[in-house]
Design a protein around this ligand. Structure first.
Ligand code: PFF
Length: 458
């Protein structure tokens, strides 16, 4: 075991940074638009069920593997697997997932910065609904602009990582997360009372299961599964890395519950901010990835002090995005330091260039390469990359983690329980062993296979 490994300075640091990894564009950008696309409250209910029944145990499994191995996913299974087994091949799959995630995440994070500057400089003042929508369109059609913002995201995030775990990642993320949580509460309160917003609340909070049929139950389940795993960051070692930075004073189930609650609160609040606003301003909630960018500037325009609140909102959206990018970069950096003897600096320099280059297809997918529609008409490269991660790597990777932690030919149940339960706090219930070992993976695989079938073969 590597005793030199830098640790977090406090438990709060660990929780906020893991929550910072979990809370991101998935909560504030993707959750509202997917909920909007799949008809609202019924989708939300399934999503929450998946979070509790599937996400939470998987999160504990991942944190346990991280803490026991004291390594990133690039080496964790090599350390823990029984001799002669092949679990460690999982690393290639998981590492690829982290890179593919960043290939589109950096672009959307760049949109947030662009909107922050636009809002702060008064760029939306006096514009009507159509003019606001056209700003989003003209941003997408400008590859130079988007590349510029994407590069800023990569440079700033690696810049923070280069200052080290405690002085960079922990210090900055802690502050950003606390501010984000506070602002979300203020804005959600404001949006709930918007005139004409009640219909939005109904759409968001009163389940209408007949809507599920309209979209296809299996497709909705598949989307909810992907979103639940995406939001918690489970399935490819992005959370496991933070398990490797803590000691054994706390049991991991309790920590996982905190992370899940924080993450879910932010997603639910994002919905509370956005849906009343959609209905109040006559914007269709199924607009897709553009949803928050075409809805929210209208809200802020109609609000006293809207320019200030709007700027703060997009600033904090940048925080949410950055806290995740920084977390995943930290993971990517530790792949390099776990697998080679290279210094942290060298690994950062290499990845900085690599991630900028890898992010370019997503940017170009909205303009120069808009003819590339791998997921069907009108889809983009972003949709494709997101689909690979959210609907493939995360569910399948999560199953690998669960099997590794419960099967004898893996790390095994006893080792997993000993690790998860060491320290004070909530313990992982012994009684759910059969469920975790057999039923949970079967549910995930079933939804995965059926989702594929209904998406591509029906
Ligand atoms: N959980 C992040 C979000 O909600 O934006 C996205 C994410 C990070 C997904 C890390 C997966 C991952 F491994």
């Amino acid at each position: 075991m590597n005793q030199q490994r830098e640790k977090f300075s406090s438990r709060l640091g660990f929780i906020l940074i893991s929550a910072g990894c979990a809370i991101g564009l998935g909560n504030v950008w993707k959750f509202p638009y997917i909920t909007g696309q799949f008809g609202g409250a019924a989708f939300v209910l399934i999503y929450i069920l998946f979070l509790i029944l599937l996400g939470l145990p998987i999160l504990v499994a991942e944190l346990s593997v991280g803490r026991a191995s004291q390594k990133s996913v690039a080496m964790s299974m090599d350390v823990l697997q029984p001799k002669g087994t092949k679990w460690h091949y999982f690393k290639y799959f998981a590492m690829a997932g982290n890179y593919i995630l960043m290939m589109f995440y950096t672009t959307v994070a760049g949109w947030m910065i662009y909107y922050f500057f636009k809002m702060a400089s008064g760029g939306f003042v006096g514009l009507d609904k159509d003019a606001i929508s056209s700003i989003f369109g003209s941003m997408l059609s400008n590859p130079v602009l988007m590349t510029g913002y994407m590069i800023i995201v990569v440079l700033v995030s690696f810049g923070i990582c280069s200052r080290g775990l405690q002085k960079g990642v922990e210090k900055i993320t802690k502050v950003m997360m606390v501010l984000l949580l506070l602002l979300m509460v203020v804005l959600a309160t404001r949006s709930i009372f918007l005139e004409g917003g009640e219909e939005g609340l109904r759409f968001y909070l009163t389940p209408n299961f007949s809507a599920l049929k309209e979209f296809g139950v299996l497709e909705v389940l598949f989307a909810a599964l992907g979103q639940a795993f995406f939001t918690l960051s489970i399935g490819m070692g992005a959370i496991a890395i933070f398990g490797s930075y803590i000691d054994r004073s706390r049991s991991l189930t309790g920590e996982a519950v905190y992370i899940t609650i924080l993450d879910t609160m932010v997603a639910l609040m994002a919905g509370l901010i956005i849906f009343p606003a959609c209905f109040a301003y006559g914007i269709n909630p199924d607009a897709g990835p553009s949803l928050i960018f075409i809805t929210l500037p209208n809200v802020f325009n109609a609000m006293p002090g809207g320019r200030l609140w709007g700027s703060l909102f997009f600033l904090f959206m940048c925080f949410a995005a950055f806290s995740t990018v920084i977390a995943v970069f930290e993971n990517i950096i530790s792949f390099g330091t776990d697998l080679t003897n290279a210094s942290r600096k060298k690994v950062i320099a290499f990845n900085l260039v690599a991630i900028i280059l890898l992010s370019i297809p997503c940017v170009l997918g909205f303009n120069v390469l808009s003819g590339v529609q791998l997921l069907g008409e009108g889809s983009t490269i972003l949709d494709f990359e997101d689909f690979i991660v959210s609907n493939n790597i995360l569910p399948l990777g999560s199953v690998v983690y669960v099997l590794f932690c419960t099967w004898k030919m893996g790390w095994g149940w006893d080792n997993f329980m000993a690790e998860a339960n060491s320290g004070v706090g909530l313990k992982f219930p012994k009684a759910i062993r059969f469920y975790v070992q057999w039923i949970l993976p079967v549910i995930v695989l079933f939804v995965f296979v059926m989702g594929y079938k209904s998406l591509f073969f029906s």
